[in-house]
Write a protein that binds this ligand. Structure first.
Ligand SMILES: [Zn+2]
Length: 189
């Protein structure tokens, strides 16, 4: 099965300016709202992954363009994003200036065979992982929000900025899936 082209773009700009695609603004809410927003996003995924056969369909793309993930594949990715970021937050809380290993999300998708996952199981696991991460954020004190870490590409984060960065990722993918559903529906109409 042909896989999407790896997304190597650096998305850290989204902490400074609104996302022109999904409309996310990283700075227009208080950090204590992050946990609740992550839970609300997980509820959107439960709805999107409960829509029947369309969840396994990849949207149509122009000839020669790279394939786009199905809702199921995006959902499995978001499940793993929540797991990965919870591990990163735990590391930041334990170590000063924690260093994160690189994560190639497209290789993970291929190795984990996201397209063969069960949509209901993915929706459930996504909600569990999102809830665990939200619980961790809900319990942070003022010092913990300011703890730091950095990626292997040199980008530096605090717990707070990484939380705002992570929320964009999962919000943006809801936008991706809704756009994909529109394209699939338009093609079959
Ligand atoms: Zn976005």
């Amino acid at each position: 099965m042909e896989q999407p082209t790896p997304d190597v773009a650096d998305w850290t700009w989204v902490l400074d300016r609104p996302c022109p695609d999904c409309g996310y603004v990283a700075t227009d809410f208080d950090r204590i709202e992050l946990g609740g927003k992550i839970r609300a996003n997980a509820a959107s995924w439960r709805q999107l992954l409960g829509m029947g056969d369309i969840v396994t369909v990849r949207p149509p793309v122009p000839a020669g363009a790279s394939p786009v993930w199905s809702a199921l594949e995006y959902g499995a990715h978001v499940r793993d994003v929540h797991q990965l970021y919870r591990e990163r937050f735990e590391l930041m809380l334990k170590q000063d200036g924690a260093a994160f290993a690189n994560w190639n999300q497209d290789e993970t998708a291929i190795e984990s065979a996201y397209h063969r996952d069960d949509p209901a199981a993915v929706a459930y696991a996504l909600a569990v992982k999102a809830g665990q991460l939200a619980d961790l954020l809900d319990r942070l004190n003022a010092d913990e929000w300011e703890r730091t870490g950095h990626r292997s590409d040199g980008a530096s984060f605090t717990v707070e900025s990484m939380g705002r960065y992570l929320l964009h990722d999962v919000v943006h993918h809801v936008w991706d899936v809704r756009k994909g559903y529109e394209a699939i529906t338009a093609e079959s109409a």
